[in-house]
Write a protein that binds this ligand. Structure first.
Ligand SMILES: Nc1nc2c(ncn2[C@@H]2O[C@H](COP(=O)(O)OP(=O)(O)OP(=O)(O)O)[C@@H](O)[C@H]2O)c(=O)[nH]1
Ligand SMILES: [Mg+2]
Length: 299
């Protein structure tokens, strides 16, 4: 087993957030996150090559073998992660928020997310999982992913899922590579907004509101409130009922002249619930992320 530090920022982040990239897809998400944020990152993989090229503060190679992945075997991913429990615990124990990033459906990401969530929970951290569900062309993987969701939900305080399939429906022209890139970007943006909310002054209240719920996320960007409100709804990534008030996180400034009212109305009409607005950092333009609690992950 291999574990090493590239840079050590542990002390300055004592109560902060740790992003944990699990498996191939999770490591790719973490890598993208590392490009746009200075959050602490741990990556965990059974695939040595995938691990080495990932931007992160600490990497843990699971297994003593050649390091070629689990070939879709979730039980193997789980078992190799359990074998590394001590080193994983040591790497995560100082962090208040553990955010697991994984593409579900393969062996490593699916198996390790479940085990790391357990370790983090035992350690008293808040456990948040952000997962991608595979697209329908990955039929077998999708079944594995959907089966794993409940296990992961039971072990996480908050579970987010973005359905790759829904993205493929919204934009059928997207190739697999571009689709992964869009999904990675969505995960990274929601990660950053979520972190700003949970580390902000109302973080504990927001955490308690979000706790034990299942979320999907959508984004909107721009200046015209009407356009922004519509794209926020159009981009909802899961086709299932919104069960309670969505949280709309605002970065930048909503223009004056009734724009907030317009967004409120559109969200209310489309989801059946009034949004809760949370103001993030002020700045140029407007960028909204909606965290919508939903009942079922997939159709
Ligand atoms: N967002 C995103 N998802 C990905 C990416 N690569 C793979 N995925 C998704 O993640 C799922 C699991 O694939 P991997 O992460 O490669 O699998 P793994 O966890 O490494 O598992 P094994 O290779 O079986 O050990 C796939 O079915 C894809 O849907 C990526 O770069 N970005
Ligand atoms: Mg892999």
């Amino acid at each position: 087993m291999l574990g090493f530090f590239r840079k050590n920022k542990e002390d300055s982040k004592a109560a902060g957030t740790l992003a944990v990239g699990c498996g191939g897809g999770g490591c790719n998400m973490a890598d993208r996150l590392g490009k746009i944020s200075d959050v602490d990152i741990l990556t965990v993989n059974t695939d040595r090559k995938g691990l080495v090229r990932t931007r992160s503060n600490r990497r843990i190679l699971l297994g003593e073998g050649p390091g070629n992945g689990c070939g879709g075997d979730v039980a193997m991913g789980e078992s190799l992660t359990r074998d590394a429990s001590d080193v994983i615990h040591e790497s995560i124990r100082r962090h208040m928020n553990i955010v697991l990033l994984a593409g579900l459906g393969g062996g490593t990401g699916t198996g390790s997310a479940k085990v790391i969530a357990e370790i983090a929970k035992r350690n008293g951290s808040r456990v948040i999982t952000m997962a991608i569900l595979p697209m329908s062309f990955e039929a077998g993987r999708r079944r594995v992913a959907v089966n794993a969701l409940n296990d992961i939900k039971e072990r996480s305080d908050i579970l987010f899922a973005i359905d790759g399939n829904r993205l493929a429906e919204l934009d059928p022209a997207l190739g697999a590579r571009e689709a992964f890139s869009v999904l990675d970007q969505m995960i990274c943006e929601s990660f950053i907004c979520l972190t700003e909310m949970l580390e902000g002054k109302d973080g504990e209240t927001i955490f308690q509101t979000m706790r034990d719920k299942f979320f999907t996320v959508s984004f909107a960007e721009g200046m015209s409130a009407e356009k922004v409100a519509r794209s926020l709804i159009g981009g909802l990534m899961i086709d299932s009922a919104v069960t309670s008030r969505p949280i709309v996180f605002i970065r930048g400034n909503i223009p004056q002249n009734g724009s907030e009212e317009m967004i409120r109305e559109t969200v209310l009409q489309s989801t059946g619930h009034e949004p809760v607005f949370v103001q993030g950092p002020a700045g140029q333009g407007m960028n909204l992320v909606m965290f919508a609690p939903v009942s079922a992950p997939v159709r």
